[in-house]
Structure formats: structure tokens, C-alpha cells
Design a protein around this ligand. Structure first.
Ligand code: SF4
Length: 180
């Protein structure tokens, strides 16, 4: 007997031989269950990510088994580890090369806030250079927390209005980061 659980269909109208729902719900469902992460792992939190990808925790269950090392084929930037200020422009460049819609997860205290490294050389949080959607606390966070972070991103992707990325609010957000 198969133990594979299917994703639930979005809310809609069902009858004999038909099922109708709205376009944005179908797109949201597809996006949420096929997030392709780009792991930007620089230190210990990256090891935690490896554990999350391995068979015990199995990221693949969420449709995210394909890590992308090309920003052009990724829609979830996962920054895991200490980011030195010199590395900041590279993180930003990677983000800019990703196509919309794209999401960003800051994994661990270092990516969220610089962590214990309150020093001249360490970026005090990646949200100083790119907009962050989900912050995962911990030093390092356990795989369960990383998975919870992914599920939060799924929630955002599932419920995001199709035209949100064209809104003035979103454009202003990117402009505040000097991203065009
Ligand atoms: S948050 Fe802790 S475990 Fe993660 S990269 Fe920083 S020092 Fe390492």
C-alpha cells in the first residue's frame, strides 16, 4: 500500500465529473509544492541544512528535493551561516539573478542578525542587503526548525496574490534595497 500523501486540492466547487477553482489558488498550490532552494551555506548552519536534506528529515517530502546552484533556476534563497561584509554584494548579486517570484529565508542567528559575531567584519543580518521573508532562529537551528521555515515560505507562496510582485508596495520595497 502506498504511503505517499497527496497535496490537498485548493478550495473549489466540485460536482459530478468536474472541479472548479480559481487560477491563483492553482498557481499558489504549484509554487508552494515545488520550491527550488538555492543553498547559500557559508558555515555551521549549512551542515544543519545537509542533515535536513538527508533521508531522515527528507526535504523532498515538500517538493524541494532539487537544490539549485544556479540562481536562475531557483526561487528560494536560503542563506545559512555567517555572512562577512565582503560577501554581502555576492549574496545580493545571487538574489538579483533569481527570477520572480522569489523568496528568502535567513537560517540561523548569523544570517538573521550576525549572531554572536558582533564584529566590524560581519554583516549584522542579511536583511541589510536583501528583503527576507522568513527568519529561522537558532545557533544552529535544528532541522525541524528549518522545515518549519520552509513550511512558512510555502504558506506565503500558496497565498500570495498573483499580481503582488507588480504592486507599488513591492516595487518600493525593492527600491529601498536599491534593487531594480
Ligand atoms: S548561527 Fe551558529 S551555527 Fe549557525 S552559522 Fe552562526 S555560529 Fe554557526
Amino acid at each position: 500500500m502506498s504511503t505517499v500523501n497527496m497535496v490537498e486540492a485548493p478550495a473549489g466547487v466540485e460536482g459530478s465529473g468536474f472541479f472548479a477553482t480559481s487560477f491563483d489558488k492553482v498557481i499558489g498550490m504549484a509554487r508552494a509544492n515545488s520550491l527550488w532552494p538555492l543553498p547559500f551555506a557559508t558555515s555551521c548552519c549549512g551542515i544543519e541544512f545537509m542533515a535536513t536534506m538527508a533521508s531522515h528529515y527528507d526535504f523532498a517530502r515538500f517538493g524541494s528535493e532539487r537544490p539549485s546552484f544556479s540562481p536562475r533556476q531557483a526561487d528560494l534563497l536560503m542563506v545559512m551561516g555567517t555572512i562577512a561584509k565582503k560577501m554581502g554584494p555576492i549574496v545580493k548579486q545571487v538574489y538579483q539573478q533569481m527570477a520572480e517570484p522569489r523568496w528568502v529565508m535567513a537560517v540561523g542567528a548569523c544570517a538573521c542578525s550576525g549572531g554572536i559575531f558582533d564584529t566590524y567584519s560581519v554583516l549584522q543580518g542579511i536583511d541589510r542587503i536583501v528583503p527576507v521573508d522568513v527568519y529561522v532562529p537558532g545557533c544552529p537551528p535544528r532541522p525541524e526548525q528549518i522545515i518549519e521555515g520552509l513550511m512558512k515560505v510555502q504558506e506565503l507562496a500558496r497565498n500570495e496574490a498573483l499580481r503582488r510582485r507588480n504592486s507599488d508596495e513591492y516595487k518600493n520595497l525593492l527600491e529601498s534595497y536599491n534593487i531594480r
